[in-house]
Design a protein around this ligand. Structure first.
Ligand code: SF4
Length: 748
């Protein structure tokens, strides 16, 4: 009965916290959203974004059928017409110019869906293009690279064991607004409060007195982009004050003395003028970290989207290692996800630059090129020039530095396909848009974020409501695109393709000598898998052969998809456990504390000149009600005073004649924006802050609510020539700008 409501449970896919949600459904509509009190991980916590899930699903601007460009306009089309158009356009480009002529761009929500986690790899492989770009090089890639060098795997990222720690040093992160990133923990603000309530301390290093900094025991302001110098000074102090105590880790670490020699030029007195933190404070932080019984250092966006992001990310874990806090309860620990697997304690190691980009000669990192060079690859003629683009849940025309340039470049492409629910700043240029279903119509398991969770948990949810006839499952969309670029045509049997993927996955675990089902009959294994789709059976395979799996009957109480179905509030797999040496994938089987590519960067750092006085730099900020560029069309998330403002220190404002509510012009090497001023004491002089993800008033964008709250795109200021050389990650924080008032006589 359409009038009867029912309650179902799901995991929020909107950020990395993986909160459990209780959805009250009426018919196929989400009527109410609450935090799931019984969720084993989030215990009822919910934020305003999660509470808006129903509005997001029912957004009238959300596409429910494909669009195809005809006579210059994006018009509704059937799925058959859309896939046929995608086939014609992509095949034409591949046949005429080769596979590298088609670029693939993957946005952040890719890692929040089963289709993204299971089948985007299939699409990448089928496409066979070197021109792969993702939002990682606008975000967290430095951490992957640093951990790749240190531990041998880009996924071996330690997270602060917040529920058992005594001291947390947080750099460039604002979990009170973003709820954590590469640190999956529902209700991080509550967990931070608990640290203090049990007598621990929280110290926040940030150019802004963020919400997290205000709630901490101590806020240490710093010059944007210079955390690397603060951390070098701290490591120097650990050595010079004889505070290096790796403890039980010592036998697993290579290169401690090399780090000692490397940081010798970076005494606190010498780095203080560079980072704007005085030497005494640098020493205090080092001593406090070393003295705490259980402590962890954590760095995020303000330490990654900067010029020395990889070195900074490396230093965060160098501190954790040298103080003996890596891999121990209350320190920085490696989660063990249910869909992961235990390793052998060594592996092939990590490297970058297996191939290089055509125009700027930038190294490949984790199989992709930096997003900042996509415009170069589109604009520059020659063999391998990008002439077509597939975007998946991405908005590069908004998210990439020097956005105006990339936007123009995208508009010149021969062909473009987007898998996206909206006509946004990027997809307005597409020839075909293929909309995935909303969250409530999809099965969900967080394949990515349990890798960073502060407690080992697992939670699966079936679709809350069946897929309506006019929609297509996201797995089918991705696999059909994969079939098209593989040359199988627009009407290939994707069910057979999905089954083939599953068969290959079974064969892989069956052939892996470390797998618990090594040598078992693959056909028998496959027949025992359960799930309503091939994707769910893939998930079942991962769970059953994973560290907590039932190993197909060998472990009677073990995990499987059936067990997760029977536990709609999730399964708690316990607190984090030490994983060294098993987690290591380095060739040596040791933590490589002083990898040469990073050491080379550190040596270069000693030559870096002091920053110029009085120069303004722009940094980003996150609001609790905003998440990148795609949630500004939800009325409850954009109501109230504008979120897209430029925040300026009161001393600077007085000097420049800027007033709260007035208009300022901000100019960088690449562009200029005008936006409303907010004067505050909560930001360091010389620093201004503008949030990212705004600027929704471009022609053709079909986001009715977002257009009314358009804001400006800060990536019209950020510079595509500035990047962290080791990871290719864009410099989004610490970009030099000028700021001036816009007088009313100029028509404002
Ligand atoms: S914190 Fe993240 S996961 Fe939790 S409700 Fe909010 S958006 Fe969803």
């Amino acid at each position: 009965m359409i009038d009867e409501s029912r309650v179902v449970y799901t995991t929020c896919p909107l950020c990395e916290a993986t909160c459990g949600l209780e959805l009250t459904m009426r018919g196929d509509q989400v009527e109410k959203v609450r935090g799931d009190d019984a969720d084993v991980f989030s215990r009822g916590f919910i934020c305003p974004k999660g509470a808006s899930l129903g509005q997001l699903d029912a957004d009238p601007d959300r596409l429910r059928s494909p669009r195809v460009r005809r006579d210059g306009k994006l018009v509704p089309a059937t799925w058959a017409e859309a896939f046929s158009a995608a086939h014609t356009g992509l095949t034409r480009v591949i046949e005429a110019h080769g596979r590298d002529a088609v670029a693939l761009y993957l946005g952040n929500p890719t890692v929040h869906t089963l289709a993204g986690g299971l089948y985007v790899g299939t699409l990448r492989k089928a496409l066979g293009s070197r021109n792969v770009y993702t939002a990682s090089t606008l975000d967290q890639m430095p951490k992957h690279v640093a951990c790749g060098y240190l531990f041998g795997s880009v996924l071996a990222i330690p997270v602060p064991d917040i529920d058992r720690t005594d001291f947390l040093l947080i750099l460039g992160a604002d979990p009170h607004s973003s709820n954590g990133s590469l640190w999956t923990a529902p209700d991080l603000p509550g967990r931070l409060r608990a640290v203090r309530a049990r007598g621990g301390r929280v110290v926040v290093v940030d150019p802004r007195r963020s919400r997290t900094a205000k709630a901490a025991d101590r806020h240490v302001p710093i010059r944007p982009g210079t955390d690397v110098f603060l951390l070098l000074g701290m490591v120097h102090e650990l050595f010079s004050a004889d505070l290096v105590t790796p403890g039980g880790l010592a036998e697993h670490v290579n290169g401690v003395d090399d780090v000692r020699a490397l940081v010798a030029p970076f005494a606190p007195e010498s780095v203080a003028p560079r980072c704007g933190v005085d030497a005494a404070t640098i020493r205090e932080l080092a001593h406090e970290l070393a003295a705490a019984p259980r402590a962890a250092a954590y760095g995020r966006i303000g330490t990654t989207t900067v010029e020395y992001g990889t070195v900074t990310s490396w230093l965060v874990d160098v501190l954790n290692v040298l103080t003996g806090n890596l891999d121990r309860a209350g320190g920085a620990m490696f989660p063990m996800p249910a869909n992961g697997h235990r390793g052998r304690g060594n592996g092939p190691g990590f490297q970058i630059g297996r191939w290089r980009s055509r125009v700027r000669d930038l190294p490949e990192v984790a199989g992709e090129f930096p997003a900042v060079t996509l415009a170069d690859e589109i604009e520059t003629a020659g063999e391998g020039q990008v002439r077509a683009l597939i975007t998946f849940a991405g908005n590069p025309a908004s998210s990439v530095p020097n956005a105006d340039r990339l936007d123009r470049a995208i508009s010149t492409l021969d062909f473009m396909v987007s898998v996206d629910p909206y006509v946004n700043e990027t997809t307005r240029h597409a020839d075909v848009i293929l909309p995935p279903p909303p969250h409530s119509q999809q099965a969900h398991f967080d394949l990515s974020f349990y890798y960073f969770a502060v407690r080992n948990v697992a939670n699966f949810s079936s679709p809350a409501t069946p897929l309506p006839a006019e929609m297509r499952d996201e797995c089918e969309i991705v696999l059909r695109l994969a079939a098209i670029v593989a040359g199988l045509g627009a009407e290939a049997g994707v069910d057979a393709l999905a089954e083939d993927e599953l068969r290959q996955a079974v064969q892989r675990v069956n052939a892996d000598t470390a797998s618990p089902v090594f040598g078992r009959d693959p056909e028998v294994l496959r027949s025992e898998l359960t799930g309503d789709s091939a994707a769910e059976r893939q998930l079942d395979l991962r769970l059953r052969t994973g560290p907590y799996g039932d190993w197909f009957g060998e472990v009677p109480q073990g995990l499987s998809l059936a067990v997760l179905r029977a536990n709609p509030h999730g399964v708690d797999l316990g607190p984090l456990q030490p994983r060294i040496p098993e987690v290591l994938r380095t060739r040596s089987g040791l933590i490589e504390l002083c990898p040469e590519p990073i050491a080379e960067e550190v040596r270069r750092l000693s030559q870096v000149p002091l920053p110029r006085d009085h120069e303004f730099v722009v940094v980003g900020r996150r609001h609790l009600r905003s998440n990148n560029s795609w949630m500004h069309n939800v009325p409850t998330l954009v109501k109230g005073k504008p979120l897209c403002t430029v925040v300026v220190n009161s001393t600077d404002a007085r000097r420049l004649g800027l007033v709260s509510g007035g208009l300022a012009r901000v100019t960088s090497r690449v562009g200029q924006v005008e936006l409303t001023v907010e004067v505050t004491e909560d930001i360091a002089p010389g620093v201004v802050s503008i949030p990212h993800g705004w600027g929704h008033d471009l022609p053709g964008v079909e986001l009715t609510v977002a257009r009314e709250h358009a804001g400006v795109n800060t990536n019209r200021l950020t510079d595509d020539l500035r990047l962290d050389p080791l990871s290719g990650t864009a410099v989004l924080n610490g970009v030099p700008v000028d700021i001036e008032p816009v007088s009313t006589s100029e028509g404002t």
